[in-house]
Ligand binder design. Structure first.
Ligand code: DGY
Length: 425
């Protein structure tokens, strides 16, 4: 069974392979997406290590001069997607968007290096890539944490990767959205509109884009100028973990100054993460930096923080919280608590279960000695694949497939889980 699943997953990945990068899926997402790519490299690493490195190398080749790594790279024109390069107008030679995404590349590169049999070649590739990944992390703490709190803010919901999460409702509702140029969505022609963000949310997404474009995409200005400044525990957890991985890899390369800078960022970030602990819920929650308060939205962001090697007591509490969610749904880990009124089992990040998130939570819990819950999450992930194929996300109650089909990173996670996590399928 495992080999058959791996073969099917590989076929999905190869179908979305454009040579030096993969598209998340045909139609809905026809370009290279940042965290999709880095996580997809993990899948490639089990059958084509060179291709795995190339995936991350292509992504990092489009890093901006200030260190930011953009969330989409528009390699080829495709009018099936909105908003395309003519809307973003970021002025890059190969067009990109002007915002970023979760910093999983450092985490992925660490896995690629550890898995490479030919360490001499891997070391050469690492020597090229690592300074770029480190510069991205430095950019985060410089431009997205200007007050030096140890936690970075996202300035657009798309940066989180969790576009329409309930985490953003309060901030989006407070935003002025007058004057947005009329536009036509393309996503709802490729996927069921009931599975996608609402039109009101799209207006906010485009308002923010136009606002930042009006400021010339100058990252030194955007944080303070954005009415949307959210500190997401999952996003920060990923960044902290990647800083730790960069520190370890810099030691391998003998670059002691990079190692110590990266370690300092991780240590500071991990300590600051504690300010996001929500005692009432027993998990981390988002901090609305523009409004100045910790939110109580019970989303998966606060569980995803487990990737950051949180203190043992916290990992215990996160496991208790996930077990409770497990009583409320059929397939862990729902992106929103089913007991909350805003839960929607089909709508993108307002309820559905995502394999990449499951993998990252399980990875963190496993490292924190919570192997039993990690295995349960991974077993649920494989049940979803067996029931519903390689979808973008799944209804956590029924296990039905949602969003796009033949999805690259879902397939990559299946290969990664079956090859590394010893979960029976
Ligand atoms: C989309 O277009 O749905 C993306 O999530 C933006 O990154």
């Amino acid at each position: 069974m495992s080999q058959a699943l791996i073969d099917q997953a590989r076929e999905v990945m190869e179908g979305n392979d454009r040579g030096s990068y993969t598209v998340p899926t045909h139609g809905l997402y026809p370009f290279q997406w940042n965290w999709d790519s880095a996580l997809s490299a993990l899948g490639f690493s089990h059958f084509d290590m060179n291709r795995a490195w190339v995936e991350v190398e292509t992504l990092m080749a489009h890093q901006w001069d200030d260190g930011m790594v953009p969330h989409i790279i528009f390699h080829e024109p495709d009018d099936g997607y909105f908003p395309g390069p003519e809307v973003w107008k970021t002025g890059q030679v190969i067009p990109t968007t002007g915002i970023t995404q979760p910093a999983v590349a450092g985490f992925a590169v660490r896995k690629l290096y550890d898995r490479s049999n030919d360490k001499a070649v891997a070391r050469e590739r690492l020597a090229e890539l690592l300074p770029k990944v480190h510069a991205w992390h430095q950019w985060f703490y410089r431009d997205r944490d200007p007050d030096g709190t140890g936690l970075v803010a996202i300035i657009h919901p798309w940066e989180s990767g969790r576009d329409n999460s309930v985490d953003w409702d309060e901030a989006l509702e407070a935003m002025p959205i007058e004057g947005v140029a009329p536009f036509t969505r393309r996503d709802t022609t490729h996927a069921n509109p009931d599975h996608r963000p609402s039109d009101e949310q799209y207006k906010c997404y485009i308002w923010l884009l136009e606002h930042f474009r009006g400021l010339g995409w100058d990252n030194a200005k955007l944080h303070d100028a954005s009415p949307f400044r959210l500190v997401d525990p999952g996003f920060n957890g990923i960044l902290i973990r990647s800083c730790d991985d960069v520190a370890d890899l810099a030691e391998v390369l003998g670059d002691t100054s990079m190692a110590s800078e990266a370690r300092t960022m991780a240590v500071k970030g991990r300590a600051a993460l504690e300010s996001l602990w929500n005692r009432t819920l027993g998990q981390y929650t988002c901090y609305n930096r523009a409004a100045g308060h910790l939110q109580s939205t019970p989303t998966v962001a606060g569980l995803l923080a487990a990737i950051a090697d949180v203190p043992h007591g916290r990992a215990d509490e996160l496991v208790r919280r996930i077990a409770l969610l497990g009583q409320r749904c059929g397939y862990l880990v729902p992106s929103h608590d089913p007991a909350d009124g805003a839960f929607d089992s089909l709508r993108y990040w307002r309820g559905p279960t995502w394999l990449i998130v499951n993998y990252l939570i399980a990875e963190g819990l496993g490292r924190s000695g919570q192997g039993e819950m990690a295995q349960r999450i991974l077993a649920d992930s494989l049940k979803l694949i067996q029931k519903s194929g390689f979808a973008e996300y799944y209804d956590p109650m029924s296990g039905e497939p949602c969003g796009g089909g033949s999805f690259t990173w879902t397939a990559a996670m299946v290969i990664e889980i079956l090859k590394t996590k010893r979960v029976p399928a």
